[in-house]
Design a protein around this ligand. Structure first.
Ligand code: C5P
Length: 258
């Protein structure tokens, strides 16, 4: 069985404060996009995933689902064809985990609802519940640590340009610096100022993408990917060419609407 795992961008990301569990309380609009990984799942004796990471989120998702349905003998072999950059603020690992939950729900005939899968997703990673629901409903309002999720009931049909400067942003480091610096009113994404302090190239990418003509340019998640809006697919593609000339990875994508 093959399934696409859709990345996301955050149209807004507010950090509301620190929680007792050490995580931060957030409010964010999470929008799925057409940039995707492809997962192939085959029945197998054990659980395995070809990424080789010990903390692989697909494997973690499979373990969580297997425990929830009380069938410890179930197995699957997962192969991931990676297109979403890692550590890029696009939720790549979480999207793979969300796709794994949805695919295994079918493969193992668990009969769980999207909402039940989202609840299980919270045990896998902060972005997983939003990315489970986004597959079914499109844009999501995410709150709490990421465990409170609800469809926005908005239909977005936007052309976006994504630019990744090739730096791996540590989410924990960005949150740590946010705690030191405090909130600044300058961005739709509260994590953008600390991320730019840690990785100034993100600021350079923002400037370049804005100067090239993209609108409302913003960093996604905890970085490092920056995105902006384009009039149409052709304009987006032209912006991609310009950004690639600067030596950065870039993609023309659309918002994903199920
Ligand atoms: O859940 P995830 O593995 O994506 O989080 C990585 C790190 O980012 C956490 O260990 C924590 O330091 C920080 N984080 C946070 N508040 C959130 C999400 C993540 O402080 N809501």
């Amino acid at each position: 069985m093959q399934i696409r795992a859709f990345a996301k961008v955050n149209y807004t990301l507010e950090v509301l404060g620190k929680r007792d569990d050490g995580y931060h309380a957030l409010r964010s609009i999470v929008v799925p996009i057409t940039l995707s990984d492809t997962l192939t799942l085959e029945p197998a004796e054990d659980l395995s995933c070809d990424t080789g990471y010990a903390d692989d989120l697909c494997l973690k998702a499979a373990h969580v689902l297997r425990a929830a349905i009380g069938r410890p003998q179930r197995g699957v072999r997962i192969c991931v064809q990676k297109n979403i950059p890692v550590g890029g603020g696009l939720g790549g690992g979480s999207a793979d985990a969300a796709a794994t939950l949805v695919a295994l729900n079918e493969l193992w005939q668990c009969g769980l609802s999207p909402e039940e899968l989202a609840t299980l997703g919270a045990r896998v990673g902060s972005d997983v519940p939003a990315l489970v629901l986004a597959r079914f409903y499109g844009p999501i309002l995410m709150e709490g640590r990421g465990e409170r999720v609800a469809p926005l009931n908005e239909v977005y049909r936007h052309h976006l340009v994504l630019v990744n400067p090739g730096v791996f942003c540590s989410t924990a480091e960005v949150f740590r610096l946010f705690s030191q610096q405090g909130k600044s009113a300058s961005s739709q994404n509260d994590l953008e100022p600390p991320a730019i302090s840690l990785y100034p190239i993100i600021g350079d990418v923002k400037q370049a993408l804005t100067a090239a003509g993209a609108r409302d340019v913003l960093m996604s998640g905890s970085g490092s990917t920056v995105f902006g809006f384009a009039e149409d697919a052709e304009t987006a593609q032209n912006l991609v060419v310009k950004m690639k000339q600067r030596g950065w990875d870039a993609w023309a994508v659309e918002t994903y609407q199920p």
